[in-house]
Design a protein around this ligand. Structure first.
Ligand code: HEC
Ligand code: HEC
Length: 221
């Protein structure tokens, strides 16, 4: 009886152990956007221009981070966000002085969340096209229908690529995805492309396709 119990339990334990290994972490810019929407957008605005709902109430107008972060290193950005290094920054370099109107997030986020936020700030500085549609839905659909060819991480090396002898474009390369307008991406998805990119017109709704466009853009690294 004991043995049967043990054997029956094995697959369950296996599944438990395997879950974190199988589920790849979401792309950093995707995760960063999720945090940004909840914690930063209120002041910094949807695109980082400093026009969030709370911006008018701040003593110092939030900076247009979509341009300023370009010249800042990851280390400085990490210090600005955590607030941990603010006195040191101001002592060393006046250019990096950040006022107290920018909250300190040291106790709120762990290291990987800070990296994700920085990835999204960098995404905002180079984004050429608006995000459209819900990226969370996009992530689900991409995993369900697209990763077999485009790869779990979007870099174009899905399991089907070898079988079919195809090389889809690297969706994690911002130069490649930035070169396509939203309308062009939508058209490729709805009508298909070349011999092996299928048309998804009968499977996906307009909202599904727009969600995928957002997700493809947030794969950018
Ligand atoms: C309550 C409003 C508020 C919130 C919420 C907020 N900030 Fe700020 N932030 C500011 C203000 C104001 C400044 C400008 C401070 C200055 O120039 O002295 C700033 C500056 C910054 C800067 C420096 C910009 C630069 O390069 O000069 C970064 C980076 C930044 N914020 C990131 C974030 C992130 C990431 C979040 C979310 C986790 C966030 N902020 C949330 C108000 C806010
Ligand atoms: C059977 C394999 C396969 C599947 C499944 C597939 N694609 Fe593709 N996809 C391709 C190939 C191959 C190309 C390149 C076509 C060409 O340029 O000739 C491509 C091209 C594209 C393009 C045009 C830009 C580019 O990357 O070249 C987009 C956008 C795209 N796919 C999105 C998707 C989305 C979203 C899904 C899921 C809903 C999906 N694909 C599913 C194989 C696939």
């Amino acid at each position: 009886m004991k043995n049967i119990f043990r054997i029956a339990l094995l697959p369950a334990i296996f599944t438990l152990i395997n879950i974190p290994l199988l589920a790849a972490a979401p792309p950093p810019a995707y995760e960063g956007r999720r945090l940004y929407v909840s914690y930063c957008q209120l002041c910094h605005g949807t695109k980082g221009k400093g026009d969030g709902a709370l911006a008018k109430a701040m003593k110092i107008h939030p900076t247009d981070i979509s341009t300023t972060v370009r010249s800042r290193s990851d280390t400085i950005l990490e210090k600005i966000i955590t607030g941990e290094g603010q006195p040191t920054i101001s002592g060393r370099d006046r250019h990096n002085v950040i006022s107290e109107s920018m909250p300190e997030w040291e106790d709120i986020f762990d290291k990987s969340q800070i990296s994700a936020l920085i990835a999204y700030l960098r995404f905002l500085t180079r984004a050429k096209h608006d995000l459209m549609g819900d990226p969370k839905l996009g992530l689900e659909l991409y995993h369900k229908y697209c990763q077999v060819c485009h790869g779990e991480e979007g870099d174009g090396d899905g399991v089907m690529t070898k079988l079919l002898g195809i090389m889809p474009m690297d969706h994690t390369n911002p130069n490649e995805t930035n070169s396509m307008s939203n309308a062009e991406i939508i058209e490729s998805i709805l009508d298909g492309k070349g011999r092996f990119m299928p048309s998804w017109r009968s499977t996906l709704s307009q909202a599904d396709v727009e969600a995928l466009v957002s997700y493809i853009r947030l794969l950018s690294q």
